[in-house]
Design a binder for this molecule. Sequence first.
Ligand code: 5AD
Ligand code: SF4
Length: 480
Amino acid sequence: MTEPRYHLTSYGCQMNKLDSELVEARLQQRGYRPAVDEEDADVVLINTCSVRQHAEDRVWSKLGKLRVRKRTEPSLVVGVLGCMAQEHKRYMLSRMPHVDMVVGPSAFGDIDDTIEEARVKNARIAAERAPANTRHEVFGANMLSVDDGVSGDRIRRDVKVRPVKSQAYMSIMRGCNMPCSYCIVPTTRGDEVSRPIATLVDEANRLCDDGVTEITLLGQTVNAYGRDLKGQGADLSKLLRALHEIPALRRLAFITSHPNFLSPDLITAMAELPKVAKFLHLPAQSGSNRVLKAMRRGYTVERYRKRIDQLWAQAPDIELHSDWIVGHPGETEEDFEQTVQFCKEIGFAQSYIFKYSPRPGTLSSEVEDDVPTADKERRNQVLLATQEELSIAKNRALIGSTVEVLVEGQSKVAGRMTGRTAQHRLVHFESDDAGLVGQYVPVRVREALSHSCVGDLLAQDAAEESARDRAAAAGAGSVA
Ligand code: 5AD
Ligand code: SF4
């Protein structure tokens, strides 16, 4: 009997990407093989995102196509995973008979069993014309076992799904308890649940034993880590310090932070721990206090600024990344202008800009979506252009300097490789040596683009020199 083939499409955040990796690992361990094309798969899985309508629309359209395919291929198993599964479970189960599995983000613990059961049953279901209610539906609170799976107990060593062997994500908490008025995440992902420090250190050790040198910690509000672990005194600064001890680990990043939890302890840890990545993803969302209040973000522009001043007083080389929403209900041109000014004032290195999209069930969706689409589009373009200017200026400042790049793979441009600096800047350089993937190499920057730099690969002794320079100029950034 040939092995069953699966195809998984992943939408949305890094958390989804990691979940998808874990689902794949489980399936491969179970003897499933990845199908090169979706058309060849026996099991088609979609890991979904609900954060904006656009992301959902893509999935609805995909499900429409799968409905047609299933007419001629009744044994095909279709599974919807993630946030949309949680949000639209009832609709999918009652109105979409071609969807066999609906698995919310907190029920991935036994996903391989679920998929296998659906696949085996599905063959029988098709033959027996069993009623729709035998379709598989899983919701539960067993989300942590899937995380534990990454570290090897349930995932065999020879099952590899990490795209770059030296890089790994680690989910340190799930869910979100924040009251942001526009956001669906607290509904789809539920309450914050943090994993204990000891478990995480154990997992990181095993990842490092397996060749990982860069770990990115994931959480919707990653710097709120630990507040649900009552009495354990766990917080992100302590976790960073514990992980920092692992000798093989070279870089330690974390995304995404909330401005309200940028504590003095976390700032000190970032300043003191050399392996901690030199960027902080700290979404401001808006530069207008009026809009921030409507968004229920819990801070003002002044408070955000104050925290950043504290951060830069101790760690001046940390670059900031932000998310912004343009066109939130009630946002005037003046509010938007304040956002542009704030973006410039802080000098963000990178921004993700989103047009407001009303999510049913959220507080913001109860008021009129009163910013016209054309205005949202224009504001989006203006803020993008603002960020582009800032990014290009930061990249230009690197010209002539040597940066340490963790090589991630081949660039889209033939004959070039690509990687990232400790500040998360994308750097391309001429080489076709695939053996460099996963290595830290010195690159002298010669050209600045808006989203990346281009440079020349230097010999390794230059790397050591640049490392010495960096140590000597501690606090001056990743620029040697
Ligand atoms: N509309 C547009 N953008 C949103 N985000 C969250 N909810 C919405 C929404 N309803 C953005 C925020 C968040 C990022 C992940 O997605 O900027 O930080
Ligand atoms: Fe959504 Fe706010 Fe939680 Fe981020 S902090 S996931 S924007 S509710």
